[in-house]
Design a protein around this ligand. Structure first.
Ligand code: C5P
Length: 241
């Protein structure tokens, strides 16, 4: 089913960012939640928030924390400025945490405004990839996401880690964040389909067709310890302004 949306009034939409940061990062295997691990002397989350707070097009940045988060208060976030707002209502799933962020934005956001949902664990988003997303989707009725076409040959494994088959990679992309959708559409989609692993999944389930905007491999999600070292090298060699 394809849903037809009326085009929004150009130029009037505001942009709000939501950063779900209420996960415990169990795959990382560290006592410290991965968003608070040290990256070039700052919490990983600081780098993630910095690029969003520095973007002139973004009005406010809502960072969604777990209600029992004892880490946030231990760091200095003042360099990020006044756009930043904490929401201590993270949920049991990423989608629940995003919904808490959407609820916090409700007093400011109109249905046609944009919401950019960005993983706390992606500290290497570049300003140019962010701008590419904003510009490509500016007149889009629905929205879309940063993604990169799959370059490697894909193998499906059996239970013994033997190859069970080769998966054609034609037309396959790796979904990244930010994922940028109209506020009202995303709120309604996540209410109807909360069991998704990303916002685009909820939009697709509702019948919308999100646009894929080519991003950068460097916008990796820190999931395992080796990713942290890689993120550190990437940030050190390509500092953001
Ligand atoms: O665990 P994973 O890396 O897939 O999480 C993606 C993002 O969702 C992270 O930024 C994480 O902090 C966030 N998350 C959340 N609330 C949860 C689970 C994950 O905000 N309950």
């Amino acid at each position: 089913m394809s849903v037809v949306s009326l085009p929004p009034t150009p130029g009037h939409a505001r942009h709000y960012a939501i950063v779900p940061a209420a996960g415990h990062g169990s795959r990382f295997g560290s006592e410290t939640p991965k968003q608070y691990l040290s990256l070039l002397g700052r919490p990983l989350l600081h780098h993630t928030l910095a690029v969003l707070c520095a973007c002139p097009a973004i009005d406010r940045v809502f960072v969604v924390l777990a209600p029992d988060d004892d880490w946030w208060g231990g760091f200095d976030w003042s360099a990020l400025g006044s756009k930043l707002e904490t929401v201590r209502q993270g949920g049991a799933t990423r989608a629940a945490s995003v919904q808490a962020g959407l609820a916090a934005a409700a007093t400011a956001a109109a249905d046609d405004d944009w919401v950019l949902v960005h993983d706390a664990a992606r500290p290497c988003l570049s300003a140019s990839a962010l701008n590419q997303l904003l510009q490509t989707l500016a007149d889009d009725p629905v929205g879309g996401l940063l993604a990169v076409p799959v370059a490697d040959t894909l193998k499906r494994s059996d239970q013994r880690d033997r190859v069970a088959g080769t998966v054609p990679r034609d037309g396959l992309w790796q979904a990244q964040t930010p994922q940028m959708f109209r506020y009202g559409l995303l709120r309604d989609a996540l209410q109807r389909f909360p069991d998704v692993t990303d916002e685009a999944g909820a939009m697709e389930a509702t019948g919308h067709v999100p646009r894929l905007v080519r991003g950068e491999l460097a916008n990796l999600k820190v999931t395992y310890p080796a990713d942290l070292a890689l993120a550190e090298r990437l940030l050190a060699t390509a500092p953001r302004g």
